[in-house]
Structures are given as C-alpha cells and as structure tokens.
Ligand binder design. Structure first.
Ligand code: 691
Length: 446
C-alpha cells in the first residue's frame, strides 16, 4: 500500500490513488454464521473429548470408520416430516447434482455397510466421529454444525446390542466423572407406539410421521400435537389412547396396558435385566414418551438426559432394522447412537469436570549467537529423535524474550547453546520449575 514501494515504481504522473482505494476488501475474520473456530485452548478440550470417545469405542472392540461430509441429498430425503429434513444443508453442485452436508452419520454408515455388502462379516461394530450440519434460519441463533460420536452394531437382532451400546455411553460418562446422580437414560420402544396404532388400524407407513409428531411432545403445545396427529389421520379416540399410553413411566403399568405376552414388554424386560448385569440399572428408566426424532427407528429407543432437566438431550439412539432395506439392501438389523459435542461440554462445565489442559513442552532451545543456529537445530533434532518435544527458537532473540516464551508455552527445560560450551561439546540446561542450572555433555543429554 506504500505508494513509494517498488511495485508502484515507474508509475507515471497523476495523483497516486489513495491507499484506501487500493485497500483489498477487508475479509470477515469470523467463521461463517453458526460455525466455530477451534483455537488451541478450545482444540485441546475437543481433542480430549474425542480421545475419550475413541478410547471407549476401542474398549468395546469397535472399529473406526469415516465418510465424506458431503453426501447425495437423496440419502437424507425421508418423507416423515423430520426437523433434520427441513434444515438440510443442501445445494446443487457445479455438476447439477443435488448434494447435502450430512445432518447425521447413520445414513452414511448404512451406505458403507451396503457397499461392503456380503464381504462384511456380521456383526459389524463401527464407530465414527464426524462434523454434522444443518441450515437453520439464524433467527434462532443456534449452531449450524456440531461434532457427533456414533457407535453402531450391524447384524445383531437381539436386545443385547442395545444393552451394549448403553453400556458404552455409561462407560464414557464414568470416565469423565459423570455419575447416575447427574444423568440418566430414558428408554422405550417404538413398538409400544406401533402396538397402539395397530389397534386403531393406522396404516404402517404413517408410523414414522406419528413418531416425529410425538417427539415434539414437550416442545410444542399439546393441542398442536393433537392437531398434527389428526391431520395424519388418527381418530380422537386413537389420539387419547396414544397419549395415555405415552404417559406410562413404569414397565409394570405398560404390562397391564399391553399384556405380558407381547414382544414389546418382553424386549424391554430383557434390556432392564441386562442393565442389571452390566451394572447400570440405576442409570436407566422406562419412559413411554421417548420416541426420538428420527423416522427410521423401529424398536428400542433411548436418550441420555441431565437429571436437573436444564439441558437438551445429551445423546440418543435406538434400533433401526429397516434403514438398510430402504436403501435397497437386504434387511439387516442395526442399532446405534449419536452423541453431540455441545450439550456434553455444557454439562461438564456446569459440573466443573472440564480438565485443565495447558500446553506442555519438554524443552525450549535457543542459541546465544546467530552462527550457533545450526547447532541448536542439531540438538533439537537429537532430542526430538528421543521423543522429547522441543520448541526451537527460530530467530536470535534476547534472553528476556526467551524466558517469557518459555513460561507461556510451559516448557520444562531451557537449553542454551553457547559458544564456549559448544566448543567443549556441552550445552547449558536450566530446569525452569526449580531454577536448577547445569552444563551437560551433548551425548549425555536426554
Ligand atoms: C446443541 C447443538 O449445537 N446442537 C446441534 C448443532 N448443530 C447441528 C447440526 C446438524 C444436526 C444437529 C445439530 C445439533
């Protein structure tokens, strides 16, 4: 912008355009609406959270998978009136293809399972951590992206699969110091709904739409719920019966309502018995109102909630035995859960369970004069070769600057390359926590 600088040299006569006129359009340094940057202090927390996701997944013998954040829009087009559909971050690409930023991971996982087809020996136990997107009018100021941890078991029809998944989440909570006093799981089965709808001869294909309306039970007024159920084609009597069943909060009462023989009650009893064996009985409770907001669930559904009731659902999942066949594959039983990175962080903050994660560097190395830069590089490589982290001072800096930086990056040791020491193959070492100082032979430095 300096009118006298070289690139302007030789410009003839005329008034130099004012620097402002040359100023490139100042770009917005904030991330796009509804999205986040992760500067180091936030990235350390995120990495810590994901490390726990990964370690629990490996503890349960799951394999990590990943898929593109961009998918064909068709993967997410379901006609059940889901919120996730209304907020799909979709567009037409330069090849005129309808594509979308994935709003969830399960459909991509199902696509990959089908791609593996017969070669995939069941059961598959896969997990993924991926960024998911939604396009919301920013009127609500909500985020447009979040990271989700998913674990899925493909090919196991028995309730043992759901019990295993809940055990994984409980294990994760315990690792972070969250107990059954802080959170719980509401468990139900969509077959409860199916049972009621069958009694009232509601066609099977409307089942998903009813679930999506029911999922809004605590979010919109009851008469709005009734209106939507009526518009789907339910009679007043069916609606009353449905709402009555959904208010059941104990398996015993459900049994009275639906009878003991039904597969529904039997499956749920099995799950609660397994919970006992896994050791997380105190974490789960039956709650018939839980249906989850995704149309493809077909059986047991569950969601993690904070017992203070201040936060949105922490995680959720369930059985989706029909999803793969709706993608044209064979019928393969499947169940899984999604666990977002937002609510859990709010919960950990509230419970003061966030770890203090500072930057930690073993060594900071600097040379006391310019011609020893090479020597400093050599010492840095030697220590790095031994697995020690080194912050190498890359320019000649005054010692005051070096000490200031050493403190900021929390270096444990300062190594000075000085002329006289170097001539006798030694370096000066200062332990920054104690101030202890000594000289050490280069080949004894470890
Ligand atoms: C609490 C929060 O951030 N939720 C959130 C944020 N972004 C999303 C993006 C896609 C789908 C669900 C999402 C959910």
């Amino acid at each position: 912008l300096n009118p006298n600088s070289s690139e302007n040299a030789g410009r003839t006569g005329g008034i130099m355009p004012s620097p402002i006129a040359q100023m490139p359009q100042k770009i917005d340094i904030n991330p796009p609406k509804g999205t986040r940057d992760f500067p180091p202090e936030d990235m350390r927390l995120r990495s810590w959270l994901f490390q726990n996701f990964r370690e629990v997944s490996h503890l349960f013998g799951f394999e990590e998978v990943d898929f593109p954040v961009l998918e064909s829009e068709a993967l997410f087009i379901r006609k059940a009136g889901e919120e996730i559909r209304d907020q799909l971050y979709c567009f037409e690409d330069r090849g005129n293809r309808r594509v979308a930023l994935r709003p969830e991971l399960t459909p991509s996982l199902a696509r990959l399972v089908l791609q593996k087809g017969k070669s995939a020996s069941l059961p598959l136990k896969w997990f993924a951590i991926g960024q998911c997107w939604r396009y919301e009018r920013m009127t609500r100021g909500r985020r447009r992206e979040h990271y989700q941890w998913n674990m899925d078991i493909i090919g196991v029809p028995e309730v043992m699969a759901e019990a295993e998944l809940i055990s994984a989440i409980v294990t994760f909570f315990k690792r972070l110091g969250i107990t059954e006093a802080d959170v719980g799981f509401k468990v139900s089965s969509r077959k409860v709904l199916q049972e009621v709808l069958r009694c009232y001869n509601l066609p099977e294909e409307l089942f998903g739409r009813v679930c999506i309306v029911i999922d809004k039970l605590e979010k919109i007024p009851l008469d709005e719920i009734k209106k939507e159920l009526k518009s789907i084609g339910m009679s007043d009597e069916a609606i009353e019966e449905l709402l009555e069943v959904l208010s059941i909060k104990s398996l015993t009462k459900l049994e009275e309502k639906l009878g003991t023989s039904g597969q529904v009650v039997c499956e749920l009893k099995q799950l609660f018995a397994l919970a006992e064996k896994f050791g997380y009985s105190k974490w789960i409770q039956f709650d018939a109102s839980i249906v989850r907001g995704l149309a493809y669930y077909t059986g047991i559904v569950f969601e993690g909630f904070d017992r203070k009731g201040k936060l949105r659902a922490i995680c959720g999942g369930g059985r989706y035995d029909r999803l793969l066949s709706t993608f044209g594959g064979d019928d393969v039983p499947a169940c899984g859960f999604g666990f977002g990175d937002a609510v859990i962080m709010e919960l950990l903050k509230e419970k003061s369970l966030l770890p203090e994660l500072g930057l930690e560097v073993n060594n900071i190395i600097c040379s006391l004069d310019p011609e020893l830069q090479g020597a400093a590089a050599l010492v840095a490589s030697t220590l790095r070769g031994k697995g020690q982290s080194v912050d190498l001072v890359l320019e000649s800096k005054p010692m005051k600057w070096v000490f200031k930086r050493a403190a900021r990056i929390n270096a444990q040791r300062l190594i000075l390359i000085g002329k006289s020491e170097w001539e006798r193959s030694t370096v000066a070492v200062k332990i920054l926590s104690t101030g202890e100082q000594y000289e050490v032979k280069l080949d004894e430095l470890d």
